[in-house]
Design a protein around this ligand. Structure first.
Ligand code: FES
Length: 315
């Protein structure tokens, strides 16, 4: 991972538990451009990396993050909340595992802080004149970031838990039956994601129409389950035993193999390699069915059903 030094140029509360921070490069004119749905890795502390979606206007060379610090937040949010203007931190280049796809219509479903990548998509679709609708669910108006920017947009529906029952999200009404050439995007806490995706599936939406980004892995713990297996590296022929309780990535790193990684939860895609032989047991939340069918594999979270898995680390 290559890190870039960034400086905090703005840090302000959006709600009682969400801060919005703007980052500029510590050296040079501006950060590289990014596409809607992209995120950056932030090095919170040695060995602790977190992913945050970019939610500001993509032009201008700055990066904007909105970060929730709540009871269910993973470590790192408190550090971001505690930053001050002028503080420095290290970030990665943007990567996008949740891009807008080519479709006639786009249906966006945000739960809470899951608004961040979808806000960037709304801006992009507005700019392009794309056909879209955003459903933004939050506990209450005062806990929903960016409401001022979105309220009044006729393509945006706000759904607050504490509001009138008639305005609550109704998937049968707000998503409805599968439509041709329509892409659905879902981002938010696990419970929200599981609810929307489960309902979409029940309505008959095909998996390839559903695009999702999670903040934390919903998959089974990486080490649990299938017993040990052997991983073989095509480049060197070296073989390593991956025991129960360890991931492929753990074993590669323990043996001095220079394997890339970031989230270690199967949600960012940094560790993806290619399977050349064997039967992978995919336990990530980042690869599409097509990518899995092409042999892509996350070393941090996925395992093997076969005794041996042969990998191309340069995949
Ligand atoms: S390190 Fe993020 S998916 Fe594996």
């Amino acid at each position: 991972m290559t890190w870039t030094e960034a400086v905090v140029v703005s840090h302000s509360p959006a709600t009682p538990d969400i801060v919005v921070i703007d980052l500029a490069p510590a050296a040079g004119d501006g950060f590289p451009a990014y596409t809607a749905g992209a995120h950056i890795d932030v090095l919170i502390a040695p060995g602790l990396v977190r992913q945050y979606s970019l939610c500001g206007p993509p032009e201008g060379g700055r990066y904007r993050l909105a970060v929730l610090d709540g009871p269910s937040s993973r470590g790192g949010s408190q550090t971001i909340h505690g930053l001050r203007v002028g503080d420095r931190l290290r970030i990665s280049a943007p990567r996008n595992r949740f891009p807008l796809v080519t479709a006639r219509r786009h249906l966006l479903f945000a739960g809470g802080i899951g608004i961040t990548p979808l806000l960037a998509m709304v801006r992009r679709l507005e700019h392009e004149g794309g056909d879209y609708a955003l459903h933004y669910c939050a506990r209450s108006r005062d806990r929903a970031a960016f409401v001022e920017e979105l309220a009044g947009n006729p393509r945006v529906a706000l759904h607050f838990d504490e509001g009138d029952p008639g305005q609550l999200l109704d998937i049968a009404r707000d998503l409805g039956d599968p439509q041709p050439d329509t892409a659905v995007y879902v981002c938010g806490p696990d419970g929200f994601m599981d609810y929307v995706l489960g309902k979409a599936e029940a309505l008959g939406w095909p998996p390839q129409a559903l695009h999702k980004e999670r903040f934390a892995a919903a998959a089974q713990p990486p080490g649990a389950g299938t017993g040990g297996f052997t991983v073989r590296l095509a480049s060197t022929g070296a073989e390593y035993l991956v025991p129960d309780g360890s991931s492929v990535l753990d074993v590669l790193l323990e043996n001095g193999v220079d394997a890339p990684y970031s989230c270690r939860q199967g949600i960012c895609g940094t560790c993806v390699v290619r399977v050349l032989a064997g039967d992978p047991d995919h336990r990530d939340d980042v690869l599409t069915d097509d990518e899995r069918a092409e042999g892509m594999f996350t070393t941090c979270s996925s395992r093997a059903r076969s005794p041996v898995l042969e990998l191309d680390l340069n995949g």
